[in-house]
Write a protein that binds this ligand. Sequence first.
Ligand code: GLY
Length: 561
Amino acid sequence: MRFYKASLFHIGILFLLAMSSAHAYQHAVAMPDSYSAKVAQQILDRGGNAVDAAVAASFSLAVTYPEAGNLGGGGFMLMRVHHHDWFLDYRESAPAAAHRDVFLNDEGNVIPFASLLGPKSSGVPGQVMGLWQAHQRFGHLRWQEVLAPAIALAEQGFVISPDLVEVASWYSGWSSDKGYTNNFNTYFGNLVVGERLVQPELAATLKRLARDGVREFYHGETADLIVAHQQQIGGLITHQDLANYHAIWREPLSVDWQGKRVVSAPPPSSGGVALIQLLQMAEQHQNPLQTESHNSAQYIHILAELKKRAYADRAEYLGDSDFVTVPIEKLLDPAYSQQRADEINLNQPSDTEAVAPGLGPWQESEQTSHFSIVDRWGNAVASTFTLNMPFGNGWVVPGAGFLMNNEMDDFSAKPGVPNLYGVIGNDANAIAPNKRMLSSMSPTLVIADQKIDAVLGTPGGSTIITSVFQTLLNWYWFDMPSQQAIDATRVHHQLWPSQQIGFHPSLDEDTQQQLRDMGYQVEARRFFGDMQVIKRQADGTLEAASDQRGRGESRVWPQPQ
Ligand code: GLY
């Protein structure tokens, strides 16, 4: 009998060990398209880690997801490697010749669309430097090996999806009558669903990068092609700007929330600050929020009130912390969040004008892309990167085959005047040479018991922050499975436009009417992000999900030992 008991005990232990090792050996990816999902899986199966997979997937997205995947833009990578959290900032920077008034006319007014489509709309690209540095520090596989899948996709082509055709034809139409030229249609004007898009110039650039490494982009033939094109169109980026570009390792921001640790992006993103403020303020109203039915008018109203306060602070205080003092500690002080949350009337919207930044005066595209990866060692990557608008400013660098960003629009061209996303900025986000423009990109990790509990993020400009926030509430307060949590209707408010709540994909008519009765304007939004998430389940296994709003694909699979 004793033997029997002992055996059962040992079998139990063996079972638990087998289970935990099976979990430990799972890989998971949630990617914005099927090509990047396949590439990430191949790299992980070949023995690469989450960072190798992230770098390979980023390069492949520069080929198959041209609206946001890029070589001519920038991004952020939040990593958990060796049980430590790392944040790499490879956001674009303003060229040295840029200045505060670069997008103003002689009367001091903003020149319409100059920061989006004009020749000076591009920041110095950071993407290649960021991918190189992430790989240099943490990659296992050779640089050539992680670039190989992207080269094959550019050379052999990939099958054009309906989604890509739709967004390309929208961009072509949108950009055609704004008074600026570009060569977008030469490269992306005739896309046909089901045909293959082969990109020989891009393939040649990727091959040079594989052969010569990062120097090629910032000092080599690619640099020459970028600068020649900038000179031809009247752009600002010089050889010196490219040579001076550097990616920056920063300390991520984190908060203890609901017994877990949420880790997110520091400035020059506004994402981490605003997300942490929202989570802390939401905790003050946990009781009505968690007991209200999800997405009821009351629930949406409380979220809108919290968002008003987070976006008022964003506009006043957030900018590149290497150039302006961002009062992060004060903004993230739980007592401050409590004070801000206490201002809210649970039944009635505050006046927009009355919602001032809470610390007093301070002295001082939608089409981004995100993916999430967890490898069998428990490392994780949350990466968000962008050209700003879909296809950036529509200029493909001739001979190099990649699009340039229009990230200069993320600066505040003139204090108080809204940008593309309708968000307002002040002096903290004014343009200055070499400064990085404020972002909303919020790659985020959740850590529980020292292990990855969730990896998440999304594109969507200023809606990124509220999408990540709502997904966290959907998981942790409403116990939704991942697919439901990210497909659920999301709502957005950002202080300005006044009392305007956007939703996607649908909100029942009764709830809309109740919100109108409270004084809100309620509208359906065409775009609302593309969440790519990984979440640990109660039994320790991983679950991955891709937003129904995009063309993403997610996979979880065991790694045989
Ligand atoms: N360009 C969008 C963002 O960085 O938030």
